[in-house]
Design a protein around this ligand. Structure first.
Ligand code: NAP
Length: 250
């Protein structure tokens, strides 16, 4: 059947891919990585037992664990798909298990803060290539993910100046396999651009909907919401914890 994701690759990009955090973004990565044969073996790591059970039920990975150091063992690529604010804690927990030559990446909506949290924990024998797929919805959790989430969307890679280019190119190849259009930027530039195109609009939507929710006329306001305001209410229904985390980090 024709499929906008295209045919699976003959050879996977990674032998062993470990995803930490199987929410909207992590579970979407798992779904499309399987469909496109981007990894021979897929490991799912999540702190939540409920999420782990659901990932198992959905058949999203070959191995599911709550133990980060064990899960990243032997992986040639590890992608952090956890909230921005816990990336440092996860990096510290996984450092003992990392294989020499592995690519470490993330999907965080803020780059400067993630780099500052993660880099100090990484051993010299791994390659850190931060990334941000500019794709998402207002939903969370493993049931919210879907395989076409990254199709024809931007993914911004922010490698450090001293990156081994072949490793950054391999991650680019992976994201292209996921269907994304890849762009390079510095972390600082990324955070400036995303502050005005994403973070500030979210902050304004939360503030406006919260303020109107406290008006006496709120039932009429929400009843007749259409067009522009409907988009504000949709954005403001995003996970407030995640967005507080993002706005604080940038
Ligand atoms: P999500 O649906 O809430 O998923 C996050 C997952 O990480 C949850 O399963 C969570 O478990 C788990 N987790 C939290 N702390 C953990 C830890 N210490 N160790 C292991 N697992 C942990 O969030 P998401 O929307 O996928 O966002 C994930 C990342 O993607 C964030 O950094 C965000 O900035 C970025 N991003 C999001 C979007 C978007 O539109 N949502 C777009 C682009 C990038 P619990 O549920 O138990 O906390």
């Amino acid at each position: 059947m024709p499929d906008q994701l295209g045919a699976p690759l003959d050879q996977p990009v990674f032998e062993r891919l470990a995803l930490v955090g199987l929410g909207l973004i992590g579970s979407s990565l798992a779904r499309v990585a399987r469909r496109k044969n981007l990894a021979r073996t897929l490991i799912a790591i999540d702190a939540s037992e409920t999420v782990r059970n659901r990932v198992q039920q959905l058949g999203l990975a070959d191995h599911v664990t709550g133990d980060v150091a064990e899960g990243v063992g032997n992986a040639d690529c590890v992608i952090l798909c956890v909230p921005v604010g816990v990336c440092g804690v996860v990096a510290e927990a996984m450092k003992a298990g990392l294989k020499a030559g592995a690519i470490i990446s993330d999907v965080g909506s803020v780059k400067g803060s993630v780099v500052a949290q993660v880099e100090p924990h990484l051993p010299a024998h791994v390659h850190f290539v931060p990334a941000h797929p500019v794709a998402g919805t207002e939903q969370s959790g493993p049931d919210a993910g879907f395989a076409s989430l990254f199709h024809n969307r931007w993914c911004i890679l922010t490698p450090p100046d001293n990156v081994v280019q072949s490793k950054a190119d391999l991650l680019k190849h992976f994201w292209q396999g996921l269907g994304a259009n890849v762009e390079w930027m510095t972390a600082q530039r990324h955070d400036l651009v995303l502050a005005v195109t994403s973070h500030l609009p979210h902050l304004l939507a939360f503030a406006l909907v919260d303020m109107l929710g406290h008006q006496d006329e709120q039932s009429e306001i929400f009843k007749y919401a259409a067009g522009g305001f409907r988009d504000f209410t949709r954005i403001a229904s995003s996970d407030p914890t995640m967005w507080a985390d993002i706005c604080t980090a940038n």
